[in-house]
Design a protein around this ligand. Sequence first.
Ligand code: FAD
Length: 353
Amino acid sequence: MTQRTNVVVIGGGQAGLAAGYHLRRLGIEHVILDAQAAPGGAWQHTWDSLRLFSPAQYSSLPGRLMPSQEGELYPDAAHVVGYLADYEKRYELPVQRGVRVSAVHRDGAQLRVEGDADDWRARAVVSSTGTWTRPFIPAVSGRREFTGRQLHTVQYQAPAEFTGQRVVVVGGGNSGAHIAADLAHAGVDLTWVTQRPPRYLADDIDGRALFDVATARRRALEAGHTDTGGVASLGDIVAIPPVRAARDAGLLRAKPMFTRLTTTGVEWADGTRADVDAVIWCTGFRPALAPFASLRLRATWGHIATAGTRALDEPRLHLLGYGDWTGPAPATLIGVGRRPARETARQIRELLA
Ligand code: FAD
């Protein structure tokens, strides 16, 4: 069956909900299609001990503050899922669950959005599909020969399954540090490897300050001032309490990256080898943009080229969330609704006028 609406939002995680909030405020008819059976986007699937890197109030979507989690300054993922579920209900956002979009096509003045069972014809599309469904693992020599277990951040759940094993965690970002700390606290035999020495942010800096820095950078750039380098210039790892505790206890000593994997482990730069049972790749994500391949859009840096959130080659398509290439802090709970989602809704209103 084909359905018609003004705007289809693909993805019902935090970015999709922020888009829905602003579209609703502007009175723009829309539908939010989400592949999952339940609310919460990627937060439903993170590892057990994950904590936000900002306090609740600084992790809020527009219109409704995230309530504090009792006894926790930094809420856990289940708390975020509860907040997002409540958010979409409170604002009566038109989310349809269990709908996976496979492709988007041009169809005259409209875009045709292909779902599993139904099609939608819309005058604009917002893509907020996130990155969680596209884990990235770098091409490392020997990766196919290694007979131990390999998993990505998205498959890691808890240290219990690694008890008694020798585990290598690869990655010097927040996920790598956090998972390494999780394993180290549990007494797992851990080797943490990073491409460059870990860069911790100052202990008193968490997501609150990062958001302020990202905002200041955007303002400076808009005013024509020199680029301060933004958040990336401060460091890679927010030293949230469990990470800080592991680091201060001397449990997080990073080694430079191994040169290759062998059948039974890793080989270091000096040629020595170590047997390991598992390698956990905390090596990031790529945007989940497969449905747009059919539009053949220009890409820069591996992403669809955009001006803000709008695709350069297809003004009816907006990309929301993902990373800094679509606006200031759009991949954070606090950042996505402040400007990127609001601007997206405004531009769609102009397009539809
Ligand atoms: P998602 O939450 O991934 O939602 C996308 C939705 O789209 C999903 O439900 C997915 O199933 C659906 N979808 C995908 N493809 C399709 C399709 N083809 N058809 C239909 N539906 C589709 N941010 C913070 O602000 N604070 C933090 O502390 C923080 N910690 C993080 C820790 C980790 C480990 C990671 C990876 C990220 C963290 N982030 C944090 C960043 C960010 O907030 C999350 O990644 C967030 O989940 C991104 O939201 P999203 O809506 O863009 O994507």
